[in-house]
Write a protein that binds this ligand. Sequence first.
Ligand code: HEM
Length: 162
Amino acid sequence: MRIVRHVILFGCVLAGMAGCATEKRHCGEKCAADAKSLYERLGGEAAVKAVVNDFVDRAAANPKVNFTRKGTNKEWQATPENVQHVKAMLVLQIGEASGGPQKYTGRDMKSTHRGMGISGAEFDALAGDLAATLDKYKVAPADKSELLSVVSSMRGDIVEAR
Ligand code: HEM
């Protein structure tokens, strides 16, 4: 039995590498989906950079997000350098979280956003901007929900108001 399992597993790996139809016979639909990381399915670094670029510009322009935290004592200046920094950190963070080779070197989410008074509605508006960006780049529905779950998992560290 063990040998049979190994043979099937090996067949799976080969089929995944070749991207051929045989994997369905051996492993079912799930095997094909598991063969590539979310990072690869999104299209690697170029795709992650394009997504982050569009998403940050979209969120920064959305009054429902209030990205610059106007009216709070944690007001942030959207200078080209500051925007560039946040984008670079997000590429590392999303790259790492989706299985890419990046290593996130930024600050943790709780202390970064502490005192910003970010509400649940503002967080939802930001997640909506990410969803709109992923639609713009025609990201497959399963990949879109996987990435949105990564972002949603940070909610508890970021939302602190109302
Ligand atoms: C409504 C929600 C959010 C708002 C208003 C917001 C706002 C901000 C602001 C103003 C900064 C700059 C802080 C500074 O440099 O002192 C920042 C940094 C950052 N944010 Fe957010 N953020 C939100 C949600 C998120 C989410 C969901 C993520 C992750 C997917 C995220 C990831 C980051 C990262 C990686 C940085 C850079 C950290 C560093 O400089 O080391 N933010 N955010």
